[in-house]
Design a protein around this ligand. Structure first.
Ligand code: C5J
Length: 220
């Protein structure tokens, strides 16, 4: 066991049963000119965490620990996108519509690829998820259980939407979840801060949060 200084109290990390989860670091959310930017968001906030997520990936890859990447992605025929999700937002800027980087949130489109700096390596898990949470309509729980993984270290975007939803789903399935603060971001700084406080509140009702430096120190 490795002890990581964390909130609300130290996290006991078990290298034999842990995986890193990088949520939705896809071009459409992160890069200037993508879907997130077209919606009026300041994507520079999200671009800024790329080095921290890369450092986290290096840490796990260096320790030969499992890595999982997710993408929010729908099938081209939208058969996995409920109308209530598809019809949300401004016409012309909805899921499946043609955007600056191809069809919005559609698997295989340029904007749906993970940013090159954080590209998955051969052998790393990549999960296309049609929901905000990574367990909805995926076989991820079975995949992680088969590998004996019981702890998940989280990074990615956005903190209060897909990261928090995935952490809550994981927590309900019995995983111990640790969020790395510098490796997650929101278009809204106050939402990131609030999401982290919600996660660690009440004795870690959803999980733990730690600084990247504290995780690196624990592994050193
Ligand atoms: C993610 C979103 N990845 N905000 N998606 O958080 O719609």
């Amino acid at each position: 066991m490795i002890t990581v200084s964390a909130r609300p109290y130290a996290f006991s990390l078990d290298p034999a049963h842990v995986a890193l989860v990088v949520i939705d670091m896809q071009r459409d959310f992160i890069e200037p000119g993508g879907f997130g930017a077209v919606l009026g968001n300041d994507v520079s906030r999200l671009t800024a965490i790329i080095p921290s997520v890369a450092a986290l990936l290096s840490l796990f890859r260096g320790q030969k620990l499992p890595v999982l990447h997710t993408r929010e992605a729908h099938r081209p025929d939208l058969s996995d996108c409920p109308p209530a999700k598809r019809l949300r937002g401004t016409p012309g800027l909805r899921i499946g519509d043609e955007g600056a980087m191809g069809r919005i949130l559609i698997a295989g489109e340029p904007g749906n690829q993970i940013v090159p700096e954080l590209a998955p390596l051969p052998g790393e898990m990549v999960i296309d998820k049609p929901g905000k949470g990574m367990f909805w309509a995926t076989d991820l729980h079975e995949t992680l259980s088969a590998k004996g993984i019981t702890q998940l270290v989280f990074a990615g975007v956005t903190t209060e939407v897909c990261v928090q939803t995935s952490m809550r789903e994981a927590n309900d399935r019995g995983y111990e979840c640790l969020l790395i603060e510098e490796a997650t971001e929101s278009y809204f700084p106050e939402f990131k801060a609030s999401a982290i406080e919600m996660i660690v509140a009440q004795g870690g009702i959803v999980g733990w949060a730690a600084r990247l430096q504290d995780l690196e120190t624990a592994f050193a």
